[in-house]
Design a protein around this ligand. Structure first.
Ligand code: ZN
Length: 64
């Protein structure tokens, strides 16, 4: 089997998630691609979390 396409897709979505987090951290309004709700930043001790109200976007970034 050839996994290169799968790996590419994963890398793409990871880069997209990083881009979204960067925008939110920069204070920009970013909307969920699925439900079009505003994404909110929820920082906690060890992770930064960006999520929408409905939970279809749920991105976590470790800060350590
Ligand atoms: Zn959503």
């Amino acid at each position: 089997m050839d996994f290169s396409d799968l790996n590419k897709a994963t890398a793409n979505s990871f880069n997209k998630q990083k881009a979204i987090i960067k925008k939110v951290l920069a204070g920009q309004s970013v909307y969920c691609p699925s439900c079009k709700q505003l994404l909110v930043l929820k920082p906690s001790e060890k992770t930064l979390k960006v999520e929408c109200l409905k939970g279809c976007t749920d991105i976590q970034l470790e800060t350590e």
